[in-house]
Design a protein around this ligand. Structure first.
Ligand code: ATP
Ligand code: MG
Length: 588
């Protein structure tokens, strides 16, 4: 410790939002250089390398081969797949001295595809899985929580190449099994959730989420085994309803009712129903957003959903990607005078106010929730300040331009596959496996000869593990209110030896113990500093080695104290037996 390049901090860094971030900085594992950009100090780097090693061993065991591509890449391949544009502001673009465009790789599908195209030409060369553990760059809109969402981060990315769908499925399954082993070895409690809607085929894409309150991903689970990222949930269309008895739509004066709450209250007061009270779910809320397309153009989008539901921004962002979502601001309302803020409704045939496209495609595109179906009856904006329309029937009085399911999923909503009510929980996305199919191979012309001598396009999978993110996720799952608390297989050192007091005998014994353990292949951190016992104990808890040995006053009686960081257990151990006991514990 007197030589280790580390300084522990007593204060939380100002930008620390989550415990893992706070402790990794305070314990001197990483240092922030700029938002989302971190340096690794010796302790942190040791953990990172251990995670990398686990990932490497498991990838090698499944027969994938390690390669390494540059992070600095030419524009052309990304132009061929349109990702130079589609990646939008998340891509770090730069130019060299000649003005040639380059980028910092956010993920490497293009490069792997081209490399295989360069070298391979026959079905006999396949299947093939290649991987790298390498630094990635993404100009994330919200770098957050230290290593959890960086702008520079370490990823293991792999790519599989197969001749046909069955081959791709086998490569995908092999990756899935490998990922299960990786996340088990990392000691993470995780779930595998579907990341694409059923429409694209059940297992075309799955995510591995580490359970964590502070996770950015919300996922749903049903008792019957359905599990999906909320972004992937597609609620089925509600059954159509018979609206035969519903009176004709009528516009009513509804002053000062721009919110759903005020509208429901006013409706119950002025236009009470005979059967029951009006509820928020009887109203049709129309929300407008501005979509910013990758080429910079802006298109408004209106979404109609029952008034008791909210738009889930992450679901919306996922649904409209690669376009990005911005709020519809005052200036936008000025530019679209047909939208009356607070009183927006579907536009009626022949009218030019409200939302919805006319036959020529003019107007504001209007998509509705799966609950807004044929025959459903609504109170909604009349496109006139202070007015709403009642008994407006979907199909009879208005139509939308399509269905968009981006409403927030609620606890208890039915699972789309009928497997019971959904429960919600949060997690950190640790890995992602994805059947790409032929998209990249087609765009870049990766073809091989099949057994009949015919050229066929190769089918691919792409698979990622967040390696630097895993360091933070493990820290997050294991830390407590005193600091980090590493599982044995990831700790930077196996044992932390603390010599206390001024006695030379204690210092000598501690150094001797360190040497003995070191010779037995145990990684030891020896606190030989001239600091108070209190400082040393606090630091030991902060740094989080799983086992520590305190050599101090009791040495004179022939004892040292062994502490277990996770349980807090302390035990007196005979000084002359402690080395043997630790070796038995750590190298059984
Ligand atoms: P997210 O939804 O968290 O942004 P993603 O869908 O963009 O993730 P992929 O493109 O599938 O992620 O990347 C593979 C893996 O790389 C992810 O599962 C995650 O573990 C990791 N990863 C992605 N973005 C970051 C980041 N900004 N910082 C650290 N790790 C990341
Ligand atoms: Mg991302």
């Amino acid at each position: 410790m007197s030589e280790l390049f580390v300084r522990t901090l007593r204060e939380d860094p100002a930008d620390a939002e989550v415990p893992s971030h706070r402790w990794l900085v305070r314990a001197g594992y990483v240092r922030r250089v700029a938002p989302g950009i971190y340096s690794w100090l010796p302790l942190g780097l040791r953990v990172l390398q251990k995670v990398e090693q686990i990932v490497r061993e498991e990838m090698n065991a499944m027969g994938a081969q390690e390669v390494r591509f540059p992070a600095l890449l030419p524009r052309d391949p990304y132009e061929a797949t349109n990702r130079w544009t589609e990646y939008g502001p998340n891509l770090f673009r730069l130019a060299d001295r000649k003005g040639t465009d380059l980028l910092l790789g956010p993920t490497h599908e293009e490069m792997f595809t081209l490399m295989v195209k360069d070298l391979y030409s026959s079905y006999k060369d396949l299947p093939l899985s290649l991987y790298q553990i390498q630094t990635k760059y993404r100009d994330e809109a919200r770098p957050r929580a230290g290593l959890l969402r960086g702008r520079e981060f370490v990823m293991k990315d792999s790519y599989s190449f197969d001749i046909d769908d069955a081959g791709l499925q086998a490569s995908y399954d092999a990756h899935r099994a490998t990922y299960q082993r990786i996340f088990e070895r990392l000691g993470l409690e995780y779930v595998i959730v579907s990341a694409t809607s059923g429409a694209m085929g059940g297992s075309a894409s799955e995510e591995f989420l580490a359970l964590a309150e502070i996770g950015e991903d919300t996922f749903v689970r049903s008792p019957g085994g359905y599990a999906a990222n909320v972004e992937a949930v597609q609620r089925p269309l509600a059954p159509a309803q018979d609206a035969a008895g519903v009176p004709a739509a009528h516009v009513e004066d509804t002053p000062d009712s721009p919110t759903i709450e005020s509208l429901v209250a006013l409706s119950n007061e002025r236009f009470p129903r005979s059967d029951r009270a009006w509820e928020a779910s009887d109203t049709l809320k129309n929300v407008v957003f501005m979509l910013v397309n990758p080429d910079g153009s802006r298109t408004p989008l209106a979404i109609g959903l029952p008034g008791d539901r909210e738009v889930d921004m992450k679901r919306l962002e996922a649904a409209v990607a690669p376009a990005e979502v911005e709020p519809f601001g005052e200036a936008d309302f000025e530019r679209y005078p047909s939208l009356v803020k607070g009183y927006i409704g579907p536009r009626r045939p022949g009218s030019d106010v409200g939302v919805g496209l006319d036959a020529g495609g003019h107007g504001v595109r209007y998509l509705t929730d799966p609950l807004v179906v044929e025959g459903t009856r609504w109170i909604t904006g009349a496109n006139q300040a202070g007015h709403h329309v009642y008994d407006l029937v979907c199909g009879r009085d208005f139509a939308s331009d399509g269905v968009l399911d981006v409403a927030a999923i609620r606890e208890g909503d039915p699972a789309p596959d009928g497997s019971g009510p959904l429960g919600l929980a949060r997690g950190i996305e640790m890995g992602h496996i994805f059947q790409l199919g032929r998209k990249y191979a087609e765009a870049l012309g990766l073809k091989v000869l099949d057994p009949n001598g015919k050229l066929v396009t190769v089918t691919m999978g792409s698979y990622g593990v967040g390696v630097s993110r895993a360091v933070a996720a493990v820290a997050e799952a294991s830390c407590d209110d005193k600091g980090l608390c590493w599982p044995r297989n990831l700790a930077p050192f196996d044992v932390h030896i603390i010599a206390t007091g001024k006695e030379q005998a204690a210092a000598d014994f501690a150094a001797g113990l360190a040497a003995t353990l070191d010779a037995a292949g145990i990684a030891v951190l020896l606190d030989d500093r001239k600091a108070s016992p209190g400082v040393k104990f606090t630091d030991a808890e902060l740094l989080g080695m799983p086992t520590s040995v305190v050599v101090g006053r009791t040495l004179a009686q022939g004892f040292v104290e062994v502490r277990d960081r996770a349980s807090g257990d302390k035990s007196e151990v005979a000084a002359d037996a402690v080395a043997e006991q630790l070796i038995a514990l750590l190298r059984p």
